[in-house]
Write a protein that binds this ligand. Sequence first.
Ligand SMILES: Nc1ncnc2c1ncn2[C@@H]1O[C@H](COP(=O)(O)OP(=O)(O)OP(=O)(O)O)[C@@H](O)[C@H]1O
Ligand SMILES: Nc1ncnc2c1ncn2[C@@H]1O[C@H](COP(=O)(O)OP(=O)(O)OP(=O)(O)O)[C@@H](O)[C@H]1O
Ligand SMILES: [Mg+2]
Ligand SMILES: [Mg+2]
Lengths: 223, 223
Amino acid sequence: MIRLEEVWRIYRVGESEVQALKGVSLEIRRGEHLSLMGPSGSGKSTLMHILGCLDRPTRGRYLFEGRDVGTLSDEERSLLRQREIGFVFQFFHLLPRLDALGNVELPMLFAGIPRGERRRRAREALDAVGLSDRLDHRPDQLSGGQRQRVAIARAVVMEPSLLLADEPTGNLDRSSAGEVMELLEALNRAGRTLVVVTHDPEVASRAPRVVRMSDGELLEEEG
Amino acid sequence: MIRLEEVWRIYRVGESEVQALKGVSLEIRRGEHLSLMGPSGSGKSTLMHILGCLDRPTRGRYLFEGRDVGTLSDEERSLLRQREIGFVFQFFHLLPRLDALGNVELPMLFAGIPRGERRRRAREALDAVGLSDRLDHRPDQLSGGQRQRVAIARAVVMEPSLLLADEPTGNLDRSSAGEVMELLEALNRAGRTLVVVTHDPEVASRAPRVVRMSDGELLEEEG
Ligand SMILES: Nc1ncnc2c1ncn2[C@@H]1O[C@H](COP(=O)(O)OP(=O)(O)OP(=O)(O)O)[C@@H](O)[C@H]1O
Ligand SMILES: Nc1ncnc2c1ncn2[C@@H]1O[C@H](COP(=O)(O)OP(=O)(O)OP(=O)(O)O)[C@@H](O)[C@H]1O
Ligand SMILES: [Mg+2]
Ligand SMILES: [Mg+2]
């Protein structure tokens, strides 16, 4: 479903450069569940942003279902993201002026889904992450783990074919973390591709395949 | 050193109210190392903000070294915070336009410490958290775990007598998490009081005392 071919991502900072990804090649089949691990600063979020069509490689190609994402217009890329990809960001990126319900409705609003259906599906998604008593709270009126769960609800509500979750349990206790992973895995069993970045070995071991990064490179996979 | 007496914190959201803390009483002796655990939304960050003089109780008292913080003027509270308290926020609150060095220098700038000394101490603190090659990166040019480490460096650089760390390892791999905890524990051995909120049982078990919360209340302590 997805192929990265010799992908490089190089950032400029003043006079120097940071090679965040160095010749990364990766193939992910449709419907796979994959964990991505590695030390802080090793390039995981950078890799996820390229997979999510939020960033382009400096060199190399990203093929999504055979289409070279680098050759798409901004509009085509944006449509691809909207329809196919759900992203749980490491730091959520919720809109501060919308409440939990409004934040989860947002992707559906962009997709032109009618109001009644938007509201119903947003409520269901928030209920699935245990937040039905927090629908009218804005992000600054929520705890850290509650914000994380709103971000998860927002990512899943469009039932995307590719789910990218960057540290989805970082702010959650054991029990909420388990519920979140069960939700993501249920979506995976329904056929969606799932990639989870995590520092938690317990979360990582829930996936049949674990890919590790170090200093911008993918390491040899075990097994 | 610190005493909370029957502390309540009640938030208003529209028509309803959220009782985030319900009659919490807690005593922490000078130089203690304490872990605070509990489910997402149970009131940990709310408790930490009151301990850090960033928020006031709705009812009850907070005594810092015998002084009732509720009776201090805003200016006195602000001075107390600046001199005595270091806070690692769950979501860091770094200033986006300052680089890592500038962010860590900030508390010293407020304290009127001269430029040369500020620079030297900021470099040392960032070196202690493994970021000496990222001094000139702004927060948006840092990974999640790197931002967390800048927040830690900033909290410790003034050598405060009370260190409050809200999920300081949430975005860190095992090895970086270990280094951060060793840094905080070294400061604790030097006499500073250390309170760590964490969802990670391994991090919690490093403290001689673990306090648990549930739904706004402190539970009976074991041992
Ligand atoms: N916009 C940017 N400009 C310059 N350097 C950057 C930028 N974004 C990230 N970096 C650097 O690229 C490297 C990889 O960052 P990335 O966010 O992908 O790491 P990560 O593996 O997600 O880390 P973490 O586990 O801490 O979240 C880091 O060393 C970081 O400092
Ligand atoms: N400004 C606010 N207005 C209304 N409710 C709030 C506000 N801030 C927090 N809350 C609510 O108070 C409760 C406690 O929040 P708090 O942030 O202290 O939880 P926490 O234990 O730190 O959770 P986490 O582990 O998820 O970070 C939550 O249920 C939250 O929804
Ligand atoms: Mg990251
Ligand atoms: Mg919290």
